[in-house]
Design a protein around this ligand. Structure first.
Ligand code: SF4
Length: 368
């Protein structure tokens, strides 16, 4: 089963083409949070795109070098035609780089319509929730116009239920891996990553089956070092391979690309759009969600205790300003609590991971 997850996670283009061949309409979803439930409820396929590890050439016409490579590689893929056939792309406004992606996309990839999803900074107050609902309505109007498919409130309730089920299995999967160190960092990542390129129903069933197999197997906790990853994403096979070489057991994560997507469920009674906006309002502990108290640092401390972790690795996406603001507070909090931690800088154009290897080897030696 792990091999199947790997095959899907490493072949997004094949998955994309398969949906198109089946006659399905695919809507691209950029980081960090998009209303996938709305897209799903309309019978469309929400297809995640967090860029790819690749060289950047065409996107350089639009971006200077000091923009995060996730954004640059999404635009590069669009300009190279990798998404040809997609009905639209939804790009949220959650950081300055994402805001510029939408505007650049309109000119650089004009055959795939750009749908903005504008979120309020103050998402928790009633006026913030109302604003989020109004922006969901804008997304729905655009989707209806572009795809000729009608939105239906009751279908959205079913989709909220489906996504709640998916959230639950992803949380259970992370817990199961923390008790079963035979699953490598790379394999764990493939299970999360594959979800972006699959029907949510199919991914949920596969993960449920995998959890059953893990639960039937005897607990395996060898001498690996128990680690929590934090950051935007850590999906590069070379990087994860170094973690595996050094016998790091990823017992939990606070990655935007992985567990942050699955922490909060929607209410399923009452007004569906309001429920979805309330879910967004209740989401926390993420660098792109406004939080003057920066609760993410204490959240990580709790995660370390709950998972009996030996240390934290901060996977710092180069030129990501939301994460750069958080890192100082997180580092100080972990240092003050005596939690070993280390930062590695990563980006999607890296070919050589030797610097990360040296840092991680040293971290392993320090942890013993
Ligand atoms: S990595 Fe950072 S800068 Fe890039 S899109 Fe994500 S939040 Fe924005």
């Amino acid at each position: 089963m792990l091999k199947q997850f790997e095959e899907i996670a490493t072949s997004p283009k094949e998955q994309f083409d398969k949906f198109l061949l089946e006659g399905k309409k695919v809507v691209l979803c950029a980081p960090v949070y998009t209303p996938n439930e709305i897209i799903h409820s309309m019978g469309l396929i929400p297809f995640g795109t967090w860029g790819a590890d690749m060289g950047i050439s065409n996107a350089k016409q639009y971006y200077p070098a000091f923009i995060c490579s996730i954004i640059q590689s999404i635009l590069e893929l669009g300009m190279k035609g990798s998404f040809d056939g997609a009905s639209a792309i939804v790009i949220p406004s959650l950081c300055d780089s994402l805001k510029s992606l939408g505007e650049n996309w309109k000119y650089a990839v004009d055959k795939i319509p750009f749908i903005p999803m504008v979120y309020p900074q103050n998402r928790k107050e009633d006026f913030g929730i109302d604003f989020t609902v109004s922006r969901y309505k804008r997304v729905i109007e655009d989707l209806e116009r572009i795809t000729n498919v009608q939105f239906c409130e009751s279908s959205l309730i079913s989709s909220l239920e489906m996504y709640n089920r998916h959230n639950k299995v992803m949380r259970e999967f992370s817990d199961a891996v923390s008790r079963y160190s035979s699953i490598t960092a790379e394999e764990r990542s493939y299970v999360f990553k594959s979800s972006y390129f699959m029907d949510v129903e199919e991914h949920t069933s596969m993960v449920e089956e995998l959890i059953e197999l893990i639960n039937e197997a005897p607990t395996v906790l060898d001498s690996k070092t128990r680690i929590i990853l934090t950051g935007i994403l850590a999906d590069n096979a070379n990087l994860l391979g170094i973690m595996d070489e050094n016998k790091f057991h990823i017992v939990s994560d606070d990655l935007a690309h992985e567990s942050r997507q699955y922490r909060v469920d929607s209410e399923t009674e009452g007004n569906a759009l309001l429920n979805l906006a309330s879910k967004f309002a209740r989401m926390d502990n993420c660098s792109v969600l406004f939080d003057p108290k920066k609760g993410r640092a204490d959240y990580l401390l709790d995660q370390v205790k709950t998972n009996d972790a030996n240390g934290v690795i901060f996977c710092m996406t180069k030129f990501c300003d939301p994460e750069e603001f958080d890192i100082v507070i997180i580092k100080n909090t972990l240092d003050n609590a005596g939690i070993p931690n280390v930062t590695i800088e990563i980006d999607r154009q890296m070919e050589n991971y030797e610097q990360a290897r040296t840092i991680l080897q040293t971290f392993k030696e320090v942890l013993g």
